[in-house]
Design a protein around this ligand. Structure first.
Ligand code: NAD
Length: 327
């Protein structure tokens, strides 16, 4: 780790760095003066997400599947393991890939961190809580996950990744942390990735009906990506192991979100109710007491502002097509 007068780290490896959250992380680290190696196989990410960074001498892009052993030329002092399909549409399309990157990929990324004495941060998820029977969810809740349900490839991969990260810290003394991210949204999401915010924005901008699942009364808490990235880097800079919840505790129903996006886009789209997916959680809301107390972190971007910024980005860039299945 670099001195307090300079950047916090010298060289960070970001797996999944060409994805939605990863690309914002890469940019934030570079802005702090940290050299970055982004490792990505473009299974769900896009080269365009990092194209603005490619000309920078302190940025390197390594195209590799982290579920196979990979090597970075320069030893890092920080490894952020963010590689994994994250949207239900992606992990249902890539079930074995998702299980592999949560297990083998996490093991390989931990190996890179251990080999260079780097701090390691695992991107885990609120999905480890499954369809929660406690509300809001704090880090002591163990979750309610169906191990053979359709979402299990993601939920259980992340739960295994947490177990592996914990075991690695105790077995090898690797300096590890686990962040449990709740729904994050913002620019560079793909319009066809199936998540509510980009789907509704794409539909509203195209004048198509907004497809709300079930009765739309299920809630999510939405955190703007800049807030999430700030929380991840605060965890990385801290000594805490976690797991720590990072999310926005303000809940919104999917129906209200759809109506709000119609209003903010000035769209004439109507709302159409469609079938709700199996095992879709009814509620999801983080208890962020731990992050507030230990990291002095909490979200600051109001939902309206975050949605406006995201809508502006979609207006400018359009809804990128979902990449064709490669695996
Ligand atoms: P994303 O799909 O946009 O990004 C994931 C990136 O990982 C992509 O660039 C993809 O190509 C890459 N990747 C996947 N498998 C890989 C492999 N085997 N080898 C190398 N690269 C691989 O998803 P995201 O929303 O940016 O999520 C990033 C991370 O944050 C994921 O680990 C996800 O589980 C976690 N997370 C995200 C959210 C959210 O709301 N966005 C919530 C909870 C957790």
């Amino acid at each position: 780790m670099a001195t307090s007068s300079g950047p916090r780290w010298e060289h960070a490896v970001v797996t999944g760095g060409a994805g939605f959250v990863g690309s914002h992380l890469c940019a934030a680290l570079l802005d702090e003066g940290v050299a970055v190696t982004c490792v990505d196989d473009f299974s769900t990410g896009r080269r365009e997400n990092v194209s603005a960074l490619l000309g920078r001498p302190d940025f390197a892009l390594l195209e590799a599947n982290v579920s196979e052993p990979f090597h970075v030329d320069r030893p890092p002092d920080l490894v952020l393991h963010f590689a994994s399909p994250a949207s239900p549409a992606d992990y249902l399309r890539l079930p074995l890939h998702t299980l592999e990157v949560g297990s083998l990929g996490t093991r390989n990324a931990l190996g890179v961190a251990h080999g260079s004495g780097a701090r390691f941060v695992l991107a885990s998820t609120s999905e480890v809580y499954g369809d929660p029977q406690e509300h809001p969810q704090n880090e002591r809740y163990w979750g309610n996950v169906n191990p053979v349900g359709p979402r299990s490839v993601y939920d259980e991969a992340k739960r295994f990744g947490e177990a592996l990260t914990t075991a690695e810290a105790s077995a090898h003394g690797t300096d590890t942390a686990i962040v449990r991210l709740f729904n994050t949204y913002g620019p560079r999401m793909r319009g066809y990735d199936g998540r509510a915010v980009p789907t509704f924005i794409r539909q509203a901008l195209a004048g198509e009906p907004l497809t709300v699942t079930g009765d739309g009364l299920q809630t999510r808490s939405l955190c703007y990506v800049d807030d999430t990235v700030r929380g991840i880097l605060a965890t990385a800079a801290h000594t805490m192991r976690g797991p720590v919840n990072l999310g926005n505790p303000t809940e919104i129903t999917m129906l209200d979100l759809a109506r709000w996006i119609v209003e903010l886009t000035g769209s004439r789209s109507e709302i159409r109710f469609i079938e709700r997916p199996t095992d879709d959680p009814a509620v999801r809301c983080p208890d962020i007491t731990l992050a507030r107390d230990k990291l002095q972190w909490e979200p600051v971007v109001q939902a309206e502002e975050g949605l406006r910024r995201t809508i502006a980005w979609f207006r400018e860039h359009g809804a990128a097509e979902s990449p064709a299945p490669r695996l």
